[in-house]
Design a protein around this ligand. Structure first.
Ligand code: DLL
Length: 433
C-alpha cells in the first residue's frame, strides 16, 4: 500500500514548489530560533529573504557530526527543552554521544515516515509486526513502534535479544512483519534451527532490515532461510532515525521521502553535486522538523540517486543501498563505533598507549567480532599475568560501558602496531559485507 499517496507520488514539478516553500520556512525558522544556525548562516552571507526556491539549498552551509559534537548536549536544539518530548542519542566521534531532540510534532513526523516505510515494504493496517530493533536510546525500536501505531498494526515490542523467546512468540502469535538488523535476522535463523524449528515455515512474510550495511548476497540468504521478502530501511538518528528511506517491494533502490528529507548527493571533496547515478555522499536537509532541524547534514554515507519514477508508482527518488562511508565509522552488531571513541577510552586508562587497532571479523556468518589491539607500556609486560589480565578486563569493561559494544582485548608490546607516516590504519575489516 502507499501510505501517503499525495506526497509519495506527487509530480516532481509540484514537489519542487512544496520543497521551495518548506526550505524558505525552515531557513527562516532556524534564523529566528537557533543562535548557532543564525551565526552559521550569517557567516555564509545568507539571509532568509534571499532564499527563493529549493535550488538555493546549494548556497547553504553544510552541517556535520562535529557541529553536533560541539553543540553537546542541547545547543543545537531550536526549541526550549520544555517543548522537547523525547531525546535520543547515537555514537559521537569521541567521548560524548550525538544528542537529538524531538518535539511532539517531530515524533508524529517520524511516525509518518515509518508508516510510509511500512507501506513501501508491503505492510498494511491490521498486520502484526514483531519489532526486534533495540528499544531505548537507539532510534530503531521506538521509531518502528511509533510508525506501526500510526499505521494501525498490532505490535509485539520485543526489542533485540532473547532470540529463543522471539522465535517462540513468532511461532505462537504469527506476526507477518519482522523489523530488526539483517545480521540479527540471520542469527535468529540459526537459533530457530537449534530449537528444531524450520525457519522456512515462519509466519514472517516481510522483513524490514537496516541500521547496518548488508549486501544482496545477505538478502538472498535471509530470503531463502526465512522464506520472506527482505527489504532495506535506512536512517540515522541525526535526521530522525529509521524511515529516511525504504525499499518498496520491487527492491530497486530505497525511496527517500523528499518532502520531509531533502536529499543531495555530493562529491565529498568538492562539496558539489554529482550527476544522477554517480556515487557520492548523501546530504540531507530536514524540511519540517522543529526540535533539531538540520541543514545539509553530511551523513558520510555513500550512495547514488535515481530520480526516475518507480514501477510502484512512487515519484520520490531512490537511493542505492549504502555503498560505504567517507569516514572510518564501523558498525559492529548494529552498534556504530568510531575508532576515536576507543582512543578516548584508552587514553583514560593508565599504562596504555594511543597506538591501537580494531580488527572486525565475522567468523560465524552472522556474528561480528571486534578485537582491539592495544599497545601497553614496556613495564606492564614484566608484570604478573594476573595484572595483565586485570588490565585487559578493565579496558573491556570501559569499552562496554561507554560504547555498549563487547570487544576482545589483546595487549601488545610497544611498537608492535604498524606505524604510518600518513593516516594511521586503525581498522582492519575482514568481513565480506
Ligand atoms: O541506525 C537508525 C536505524 C535504525 C536505521 C533501524 C534503520 C533501522 P544510527 O544509529 O544513528 O541510526 O546510525 C546511522 O547507520 O549513517 C549508516 O551508516 C548506518 N545505516 C543505517 N541504516 C543502514 C542501512 C540508525 N540500511 C548509520 N544500510 C547511518 C547501511 C545503514 N547502513
Amino acid at each position: 500500500m502507499i501510505w501517503n499517496e499525495k506526497m509519495e507520488c506527487m509530480e516532481p514539478k509540484e514537489m519542487v514548489g512544496l520543497q521551495s516553500e518548506r526550505l524558505k520556512q525552515i531557513v527562516a525558522y532556524l534564523w529566528n530560533n537557533s543562535p548557532l544556525y543564525r551565526k552559521k548562516l550569517e557567516s555564509s552571507g545568507i539571509n532568509p529573504a534571499g532564499i527563493k526556491d529549493v535550488n538555493d539549498i546549494e548556497r547553504l552551509p553544510f552541517t556535520t557530526k562535529e557541529d553536533l559534537r560541539d553543540a553537546y548536549p542541547f545547543k543545537l536544539f531550536s526549541r526550549p527543552l520544555k517543548d522537547i518530548a523525547e531525546i535520543h542519542v547515537s555514537s559521537g566521534t569521541t567521548g560524548n554521544p550525538t544528542v537529538v531532540g524531538y518535539t511532539k510534532d517531530d515524533l508524529d513526523l517520524w511516525a509518518e515516515a515509518i508508516a510510509r516505510a511500512l507501506g513501501c515494504a508491503g505492510a498494511k493496517p491490521g498486520d502484526m509486526i514483531q519489532i526486534a530493533y533495540g528499544y531505548g536510546l537507539f532510534t530503531g525500536g521506538l521509531g518502528f513502534h511509533y510508525g506501526s501505531l500510526k499505521m494501525g498494526l498490532t505490535i509485539i515490542p520485543c526489542s533485540s535479544g532473547q532470540s529463543k523467546r522471539q522465535i517462540k512468540l513468532m511461532t505462537d502469535f504469527k506476526p507477518k512483519v519482522l523489523a530488526c538488523t539483517p545480521s540479527y535476522a540471520l542469527y535468529m535463523a540459526e537459533e530457530a534451527k537449534e530449537m528444531g524449528i524450520d525457519p522456512k515455515n515462519s509466519s514472517w512474510e516481510i522483513g524490514i532490515f537496516g541500521a547496518e550495511p548488508w549486501t544482496e548476497d545477505m538478502r538472498g540468504e535471509i530470503e531463502k532461510e526465512w522464506n520472506m521478502l527482505a527489504t532495506d530501511v535506512y536512517g540515522l538518528s541525526e535526521i530522525t532515525g529509521p524511515g529516511v528511506a525504504q525499499e518498496c517491494t520491487h527492491k530497486d533502490g530505497l525511496h527517500i521521502f523528499w518532502d520531509i528529507f531533502f536529499p543531495e548527493v555530493i562529491d565529498p571533496k568538492t562539496g558539489k553535486r554529482v550527476k544522477e547515478g554517480e556515487d557520492g555522499e548523501l546530504v540531507v536537509t530536514t524540511m519540517t522538523k522543529q526540535g533539531i532541524p538540520l541543514l545539509r547534514y553530511r551523513t558520510r554515507d555513500i550512495v547514488s540517486i535515481n530520480y526516475e519514477k518507480c514501477k510502484c508508482g512512487r515519484t520520490c527518488p531512490r537511493i542505492s543501498k549504502i555503498k560505504g562511508r567517507t569516514d572510518d565509522m564501523i558498525i559492529v552488531r548494529g552498534i556504530n563505533v568510531f575508532p576515536t571513541q576507543i582512543e578516548h577510552v584508552l587514553l583514560q586508562i593508565e599504562g596504555t598507549k594511543p597506538h591501537y587497532q580494531l580488527i572486525v571479523d565475522r567468523k560465524t556468518r552472522e556474528m561480528d567480532e571486534l578485537e582491539v589491539l592495544v599497545e601497553v607500556e614496556e613495564k606492564i609486560f614484566s608484570d604478573e599475568i594476573s595484572k595483565l589480565k586485570a588490565l585487559e578486563e578493565k579496558i573491556r569493561n570501559e569499552i562496554m560501558s561507554t560504547l555498549g559494544v563487547s570487544a576482545k582485548i589483546r595487549l601488545v608490546e610497544p611498537k608492535t602496531i604498524e606505524r604510518s607516516e600518513g593516516k594511521a590504519k586503525r581498522v582492519i575489516d575482514k568481513r565480506k559485507i
